[in-house]
Design a protein around this ligand. Structure first.
Ligand code: ZN
Ligand code: ZN
Length: 412
């Protein structure tokens, strides 16, 4: 039997994101990576072994951050080219990307195309230093859809599961059903589908709708059969509303939603995962990061509408999750999403989206996103209170003094 690991964090000001409050003079006891006790340092039970102690020195202790929309394998913004790279080379990039994310305070990420069971296992076994990875395998796309990276002049496609493409092309109910089952077979936590055109794909229009209703229903049925859910990439209200009506549980991006979308989100209990930083960066350095010209031209369509969509959804009571969607070298700007969202949401609302609501979306409510007994000890020690000003998290080097994942202090 391996020895039980104990950790005791003393003298902490613990943030309660749900309440929007902070209490000083607290201690947190951790046993085998799980929080067992939180309370005043003076009241720490004396009958428990405390093990290693970290003195927070009065600083704030908050739950580790969750990024609800990442692509950890996206070593370049040219995803079409990456599909032909060596998978081991892509894995090396993935390891580096994930380590950097963890050091920015993201202790869990939801990967919505690219990461597979191998990436998640590598983290779990400590081979890669990185956040917990909630993965969906490859995204499902129709021919000519957002996950189809072929140029117009190409008709061939290498469908091998081990090619580092982030998508799988499938057409017709049977093929779509099989593709969904293939992702579920490898342990996918969700199925990602492309409901509309996008920026990084070479041949589709942003305002298109993708997949037929019967194809979407088939994926939703397969996901629900496995107690999983479908997340859908969509920009326009037309594509978003269609997906929500057909049972898609989370909408990725949603930059061009309307009031009807807001009503549908609330009625269905669905989630919106905006990814605003990615458009800012695609505009600024998409070219240098490898984004082809055809893709760069599409950025303008969605750039300006995104913040307005977030505001509309927030005011309408939609469940909102933090996401970033950065590709390649642009991933270093991940934390800037906090700065952008603070323009239309309160600090507490932004924090909720990166903790409580994200945990709810991935089915780990009570385990992630809270500092409470029974939760994983994924914690950040921060110098300033992000409930007062959430933009402090946009500068993780200055703000975060320690990252703890599963009760283990992450090395600097
Ligand atoms: Zn997308
Ligand atoms: Zn994405």
């Amino acid at each position: 039997m391996p020895e039980t690991q104990h950790l005791h964090i003393t003298n902490a000001t613990v943030l309660d994101v749900a309440e929007g409050s902070a209490s000083g003079g607290q201690s947190i006891l951790v046993e085998d990576g799980v929080i067992t006790w939180v309370g005043p340092t003076a009241d720490v039970p004396t009958d428990r072994p405390t093990g290693e102690t970290i003195d927070a020195g009065g600083r704030f202790v908050m739950p580790g951050l969750i990024d609800g929309h990442v692509h950890v394998t996206a070593a370049t913004a040219d995803l079409g080219a990456m599909a032909e790279w060596s998978p081991t080379y892509v894995a090396a990039h993935t390891a580096r990307n994930m380590k950097a994310m963890l050091h920015r305070g993201f202790t869990t990420v939801r990967d919505v195309a690219g990461a597979d069971f191998g990436v998640a296992m590598a983290v779990e076994e400590g081979l890669f230093e990185g956040p917990r990875v909630v993965f969906g395998g490859k995204a499902l796309s129709q021919s000519g859809g957002h996950g189809d990276m072929r140029a117009m002049g190409s008709s061939t496609l290498d469908p091998h599961q081990c090619c580092p493409s982030i998508g799988i092309v499938c057409d017709g109910v049977d093929a779509v059903r099989k593709a969904a089952r293939d992702q579920l077979r490898t342990g996918a936590h969700h199925i990602k589908i492309m409901l509309s055109g996008g920026v990084a794909s070479p041949t589709d229009r942003v305002d298109s709708t993708q997949f037929s209703e019967s194809e979407i229903l088939a994926v939703v049925e397969e996901a629900e059969a496995s107690n999983r859910y479908v997340c859908g990439h969509a920009y326009t209200a037309r594509a978003v509303n269609r997906g929500l009506r057909l049972g898609v549980r989370s909408i990725e991006h949603g930059n061009l939603i309307d009031d009807e979308s807001v009503g549908l989100f609330v009625e269905k209990g669905a989630y919106l995962v905006p990814t605003l930083i990615t458009y800012e960066r695609l505009k600024a350095d998409g070219e240098a990061a490898g984004l082809p010209a055809a893709s760069r031209e599409k950025v303008d369509t969605v750039l300006h509408a995104g913040l307005e969509a977030l505001d509309r959804a927030n005011k309408g009571g939609v469940k909102i999750v933090f996401g970033t969607d950065l590709l390649g070298a642009m991933q270093i700007h991940q934390s800037q999403e906090f700065r952008i969202r603070a323009q239309v949401q309160t600090a507490q609302e932004v924090l909720r989206s990166a903790t409580l609501t994200a945990a709810e979306l991935i089915g780990l409510e009570g385990k992630l996103g809270v500092v409470a007994p029974g939760a994983f000890a994924d914690l950040l020690i921060v110098n300033r209170n992000p409930l007062d000003d959430v933009t402090v998290l946009a500068d993780p080097d200055a703000t975060i003094s320690a990252v703890i994942k599963g009760g283990q202090l992450v090395g600097t």
